[in-house]
Design a protein around this ligand. Structure first.
Ligand code: FES
Length: 328
């Protein structure tokens, strides 16, 4: 996955608040980087706590709205939330990477582009999910599109890019800080209730926010394509996750997937070469045919009927309820 990776220098590393560190990255020769549109992300190679390395996905932040800054950029800006739990990728970027260091970065990819429709671009950000959403707000604003943004977080002090967004959007920005509402979370249904029939909702944030938006949109009878989304991080393991057994029909191999590992990781460790991309159950790339067994579906790709049929599994996030036989 890293054939065309770029080697970029950290020009600047700034703590935006106690949890979020912003990095400005550029070619060592100052040259032009591959262009991108709002919603794009890059993957950055990080070192994990166990000494191995892996790639982490960070949305590009571009708040100027300047088309040249996206089409022929000389720098990329990413913002990294420090995750106390997890395998150490964000801690590496917070604690061990300094200005002047070189990072391996894959060119931008965009699975979450702004698609202007007939109505407003309704933008909903939760926490660090603000990074693609803020870039969308800036791009949409610069293009003269109607925008309405809701930005939710625990407290204003922890909400990155709040001041520039307030300056950019004025009354088109609604801020929900939990600590100003007695700890109450964002009223997602109220946000959807203010949408006109032709508004499209773009949402990025933690899984709990995304699940609420999708559930409320479904309850309102909205077609699925009216909500466009990106999860900010891989879905966490769920309490009660258990090990399960997987038989690979073509090779005859049997794998045990422990409770704290994904099926995708086990397939890779076993020497299989499965296709995958997002690792968050969003893109659909990692689908594998299921021949036997019941799947605990956790993706956002398959329809309810496809899930019920048990004929396919998104191996990056979904698990088996007991033994599975896969056509691999
Ligand atoms: S890798 Fe994208 S859905 Fe699994």
């Amino acid at each position: 996955m890293n054939d065309d990776a770029l080697t970029l220098r950290v020009l600047r590393a700034t703590l935006l608040n106690p949890l979020i560190r912003e990095f400005e990255l550029a070619r060592p020769d100052g040259g032009v980087l591959p262009g991108f549109e709002a919603g794009a992300h890059v993957r950055v190679r990080v070192r994990l706590a166990d000494g191995s390395s892996d790639w982490r996905h960070y949305s590009l932040v571009e708040l100027s709205g300047d088309a040249a800054a996206r089409q022929a950029p000389t720098r990329y800006v990413i913002a990294v939330r420090r995750e106390a739990e997890g395998r150490g990728g964000s801690r590496h970027l917070h604690e061990q990477v300094a200005e002047g260091d070189l990072l391996e970065v894959q060119p931008p990819k965009n699975d979450f582009a702004l698609r202007p429709g007939a109505g407003r671009a309704v933008l909903v950000a939760g926490g660090i999910g603000v990074t693609p959403i803020a870039s969308m707000a800036a791009q949409a604003h610069a293009q003269g599109l109607a925008v309405a943004m809701t930005y939710a977080g625990r407290s204003r002090a922890l909400m990155a890019y709040l001041a520039p967004l307030e300056a950019l959007l004025g009354s088109a920005l609604t801020v929900h800080a939990d600590d100003e509402r007695g700890g109450a979370p964002l009223d997602v249904d109220a946000v959807l209730g203010e949408c006109a029939a032709n508004d499209v909702v773009n949402v990025c944030g933690p899984q709990v926010l995304l699940d609420q938006v999708l559930a409320r949109a479904q309850a309102r009878g909205w077609p699925r394509e009216r909500v466009r989304f990106e999860l900010f991080s891989a879905p966490p393991a769920e309490a009660g996750d258990a090990a399960f057994e997987v038989v690979l029909k073509q090779s005859g191999a049997t794998l045990n997937v422990p409770a704290d590992k994904t099926l995708l990781d086990c397939l890779i460790e076993h020497g299989c070469d499965p296709l995958y991309d997002c690792k968050r159950g969003e893109c659909g790339v990692c689908a594998v045919p299921v021949l036997e067994g019941e799947v605990d579906h956790r993706d956002y790709v398959l329809s309810a009927d496809e899930k019920k049929s048990n004929k396919v599994i998104q191996v990056c996030v979904s698990r088996g309820r007991g033994r599975l036989v896969l056509d691999l």
